[in-house]
Design a protein around this ligand. Structure first.
Ligand SMILES: [Zn+2]
Length: 426
């Protein structure tokens, strides 16, 4: 039976969103939390962008040493040979190539420079460049798929498959679809092309989660795997997109979804930590009604509800909060506190790490990790959390690479193809 997988796009769609940003180190921690949760893949960034260079290098090195388990790190590029070549040059082994497919965008965005035949040719050239460059899996994204003529979309998808793509991303870029239309269109597409489908749904009409679940059902009912795209807490372009945890819980608990199988064993006890980490890093509070992790997701006050929940939680709760790693309470110390960070020294640093159960062989070793802590704190501009401190101590070489930032586009355009500052330990 075909299965449903999850591809998180927080580190691509999430962070490209206006007024929502993560530091390179925070993006790395998101990859790590996602790997603990057990999703199939993280769309981890933009491998053709100069400022992502060290982040991409460091994260690929972490992947190579097993720090992310089996989770795939896949880069997003435009379906352009130049983008693909740069992604291959930085070592990406898995890519999604994006191309607009609707007539509307061909007219209004490309202004007639590309027609239907031309976008298909650009896409197949890019897929072939990726295959020639040794890329292991190539997915093709049809931007604005929901406003694309279905016959054109099928033709585009068949060409992608023929060129060597292993999945087609159906982008409901503007959140235009509704559950019934996306079910029908994905059914048609999957039956005609026989290629796994990635539903990528935005929330402009508030239907991203429902659309994603209906799309996944359609793909599986048609006999192909579905790879739901989602972000942590649903943040993404404009009104956001499908929320990772909502979609997972829907597949597991919604009426009518019984019998649909997940492709990966997910450990939902990481859900609370992941959602709160991303919200804190964005500087945005978790909405009070957020599915699973909102403050009110398991709160009851009104007479009938409180009475019912006290008699048996399942009167008013579909699933248990313990499952999501929600603690009963969170404690904040109120006496003397020693922290370590951007302006800290060795004594405080060693004290904090000792309390985490981590000691160093020498002061020199401790000082080199302290340097990383200082820079990471400088990048995040938030107190470092125990998980972040542990991660830095466990992977100092890769973290050093990730923390290396140096504007170098002007040097590259002057003929220098490598960044001026060498990546350490990549
Ligand atoms: Zn998107």
């Amino acid at each position: 039976m075909a299965r449903i997988h999850f591809i998180d796009v927080t580190n691509r769609d999430g962070v490209q969103t206006s007024r929502i940003k993560l530091s390179k180190f925070q993006k790395t921690m998101v990859n790590w939390y996602l790997s603990q949760l057990g999703v199939f893949q993280s769309e981890f960034g933009f491998p053709f962008s100069d400022h992502e260079y060290h982040y991409v290098q460091g994260n690929l090195a972490l992947k190579a040493k097993g720090a992310f388990g089996t989770m795939v790190l896949e880069g997003w590029v435009r379906a352009l040979q130049g983008d693909v070549e740069r992604a291959v040059a930085v070592g990406c082994t898995d890519l999604n190539l994006s191309m607009s497919t609707s007539d509307l965008m061909l007219h209004l965005k490309f202004r007639g420079k590309l027609d239907r035949t031309a976008v298909t040719r650009e896409m197949t050239d890019a897929v072939q460049a990726a295959k020639a460059g040794g890329v292991r899996t190539v997915g093709v994204n049809a931007e604005d798929a929901s406003r694309t003529d279905i016959e054109q979309l099928i033709e585009f998808a068949l060409a992608a498959k023929e060129a060597g793509a292993v999945r087609l991303r159906y982008c409901d870029t503007l959140g235009f679809d509704s559950p019934r239309t996306i079910y029908d269109r994905i059914t048609r597409l999957a039956e005609a092309v026989r290629l796994p489908i990635e539903p990528h749904c935005h929330d402009d009409l508030g239907m991203a989660n429902a659309n994603s679940v209906f799309a996944a059902q359609a793909a599986v009912d048609a006999g192909v795997d579905a790879y739901i795209n989602a972000t942590v807490n649903g943040n993404g372009e404009r009104a956001g997109q499908a929320d990772l945890l909502s979609c997972i819980l829907a597949i597991k608990y919604a009426n009518g979804l019984q019998g649909y199988e997940l492709g990966e064993q997910l450990d939902l006890s990481w859900a609370w930590k992941l959602g709160n980490y991303v919200a804190r890093s964005y500087g945005l509070p978790v909405p009070i009604r957020q599915v699973g992790i909102g403050a009110n997701a398991f709160a009851h006050e009104s007479g009938i509800h409180a009475d019912g929940a006290l008699k048996d939680r399942h009167n008013y709760e579909l699933y248990d909060y313990e499952l999501l790693g929600r603690p009963e309470t969170e404690e904040t110390p109120t006496g003397r506190v020693i922290t370590t960070g951007e302006y800290g020294g060795l004594a405080g640093f060693k004290y904090v790490y000792e309390r985490l159960g981590i000691t160093f062989e020498s002061n020199a070793q401790a000082a080199s990790v302290l340097e990383l802590v200082q820079v990471a704190n400088g990048h995040n501009q938030k107190p470092l959390l125990p998980d972040e401190l542990r991660f830095i101590a466990a992977h100092p070489d890769e973290v050093r690479t990730i923390l290396t930032t140096s504007p170098w586009r002007s040097q590259r355009t002057a003929g220098n193809e490598q960044p001026a500052v060498a990546a350490g330990g990549a």
